[in-house]
Design a protein around this ligand. Structure first.
Ligand SMILES: Cc1cc2nc3c(=O)[nH]c(=O)nc-3n(C[C@H](O)[C@H](O)[C@H](O)COP(=O)(O)OP(=O)(O)OC[C@H]3O[C@@H](n4cnc5c(N)ncnc54)[C@H](O)[C@@H]3O)c2cc1C
Length: 406
């Protein structure tokens, strides 16, 4: 078992690996704000393309949402009404995962517990089955691979589930990774590619000269760069970081999760299982991750009794065997959430690229986001699959809502 998960209850999760201690240099081709999954994925890709890259992180690598995630790459299970903009990008990114995995594992010498074992979304009782039917119809209309299963068919696949499970949907193409392993691999890959990562240094603001962004400011010091990339997760919308005319509609949505230790005696699930209340994801190191609450409470951090109770009750309702599993860790994190739950990826102004707002899909969307930003810096344009994710869409959505009300 990894010692990463045996931290005191609620303590922020950290990596076993540390970046080499680095001072902030005075200039680079690219300056990235935030050493989360998105910042490091982009930094790695750009350094591979020959650019000098410096990543500046206020706390430590992954300490935002990225080490709090479950690591599901689940566009089918996640598909819900209103996510039409997101679905093509999500499917594109899922397709890019095997190549991203291979390159990351080769560059870092680490494995990331990538598993293509699918998701099973299950229901108990008539009301839940009705909601599941609705979800299945939506999946079918959207062309997402999803197979309807009866209760006995569900239990044939997952015998540890309670016998009263009434029905399920198998989403066979969904996959998952272990976020801690991905972040460690990204850290290694970045360092191998020459990225400088500066931890425990907060960016106070961005430098702008004559309409062009020229670097970032840390106290009295500046880091000059041809391009600044804002990948500050849930903090990307904070006042002070960007000028008012470029303010981003990004807010934190808190999630609490826990890791249960499974053994030969307790057994475990063989794929991700979702209910209305929780998701459960079995990992290669024997942990079963149970997540995650969704709380609109600003940056109020910490793990609460209510949050844990909801997770454990939701899990036990379908998987009674959790009663015998030890709780190895509990934690919380802040999803970076935009007004329509889809990411913001764009050249927001000369010299400034924004890559944030990945909400509950940062892992799923990391390969497409990194490739899109690399293409943007390489040839000046976003690839087709990443177009339409700029801030302009929020104004258009607001106007459409206004018309509907009028
Ligand atoms: C409980 C939970 C479960 C999740 N499960 C999944 C999942 O199963 N699948 C999935 O795809 N996604 C999941 N997510 C979402 C995923 O974790 C995020 O979308 C992703 O990690 C966002 O990465 P990021 O790099 O944008 O943000 P972060 O990881 O938050 O990184 C942003 C970084 O910027 C730093 N920063 C902020 N301000 C400054 C500043 N002024 N100066 C310097 N640094 C700064 C922060 O300290 C932070 O480290 C989950 C999230 C949560 C919370």
């Amino acid at each position: 078992m990894s010692d990463l998960l045996t931290s005191p209850i609620g303590q922020r999760r950290t990596l076993a690996l540390r970046p080499r201690a680095a001072e902030m240099p005075p200039r680079a081709d690219v300056a990235v704000v935030g050493a989360g999954l998105i910042g490091l994925s982009i930094a790695w890709r750009l350094a591979q393309a020959g650019r000098s890259v410096v990543v500046v992180e206020r706390e430590s690598v992954g300490s935002g949402a990225s080490l709090a995630a479950t690591g599901m790459l689940a566009p089918a299970a996640e598909h819900e009404p209103g996510s039409d903009l997101l679905l093509p990008l999500a499917l594109e990114s899922l397709q890019r995962w095997p190549a991203f995995r291979d390159a990351l594992q080769a560059a870092s010498g680490r494995t990331i517990d990538y598993r293509e074992d699918g998701t099973l979304v299950i229901a108990i009782g008539r009301d839940e089955v009705e909601r599941l039917r609705f979800r299945h119809d939506l999946q079918r209309r959207s062309g997402v691979a999803a197979e309807w299963l009866s209760g006995p068919e569900v239990r044939a696949r997952e015998p540890l589930l309670r016998p009263n499970v009434t029905a399920g949907i198998l989403c066979p193409l969904d996959a998952q990774v272990d976020p801690r392993l991905v972040m460690e691999a990204l850290l290694r890959a970045c360092e191998a590619a020459g990225v400088t990562i500066v931890e425990r240094v907060a960016v106070d603001g961005l430098e702008r000269q004559g309409g062009r962004f020229t670097g970032l400011r840390v106290g009295e010091r500046t880091l000059s760069a041809e391009t600044v990339i804002l990948a500050a997760g849930a903090w990307s919308g904070e006042t002070g970081l960007l000028p008012d005319d470029l303010a981003l509609p990004v807010r934190p949505l808190k999630g609490q999760s826990l890791a249960l230790r499974t053994t030969k005696r307790t057994g475990t699930l063989s794929r991700m299982v979702w209910t209305d209340a929780v998701h459960m994801a079995p990992k290669g190191d024997g942990h079963l991750i149970v997540g995650a609450t969704v709380e609109d409470c600003g940056f109020r951090s910490g793990v609460t009794a209510g949050g844990l109770f909801a997770l454990l009750e939701g899990a036990r309702r379908v998987l009674p065997g959790i009663e015998e599993m030890e709780v190895d860790a509990v934690w919380s994190g802040f999803r970076p959430t935009s007004d329509d739950d889809a990411p913001i990826i764009e050249a927001a102004a000369p010299g400034l690229v924004v890559a944030t707002g990945h909400h509950r899909n940062g892992y799923l969307l990391a390969p497409a986001t990194a490739d899109a930003v690399a293409a943007l810096l390489g040839n000046g344009a976003l690839p087709d699959f990443a177009r339409g994710f700029g801030r302009a869409r929020f104004a258009a959505q607001g106007e459409a809502r206004g018309r509907a009300v009028a």
